[in-house]
Design a protein around this ligand. Structure first.
Ligand SMILES: [Zn+2]
Length: 97
């Protein structure tokens, strides 16, 4: 059976707007997962010195920071692309009119 016909969410073309939106959705899902994990009670965190987190939860916090930065970068790229498209359409409308 054709894989594309069974997948309701076929992979968008890399770099396309749909691809970027899928990446943002995946990052938001990952952030929800990691934030929930990082807030769960943990005896290892209680035993860590100087108020630090255990290795697992320190990794969660590091990944959250990385995912937030990636999400911000993608959102900025999409905003730049939208601005560029609007400017292009505006210039074309001006030239055509
Ligand atoms: Zn912990």
């Amino acid at each position: 059976m054709n894989r594309a016909s069974t997948n309701p969410y076929p992979s968008p073309k890399p770099g396309s707007e749909r691809h970027l939106f899928r990446l943002m959705q995946a990052l938001e899902d990952a952030l929800i997962f990691r934030r929930a994990r990082s807030m769960s009670p943990c005896i290892d965190c209680h035993q860590a010195p100087d108020g630090n987190r255990c290795d697992d939860h320190a990794t969660d916090l590091a990944l959250i920071t990385g995912y937030e930065q990636d999400l911000h970068d993608i959102q900025s790229a999409v905003a730049r692309e939208v601005r560029h498209d609007r400017e292009h359409q505006s210039r074309r409308a001006h030239c055509d009119g």
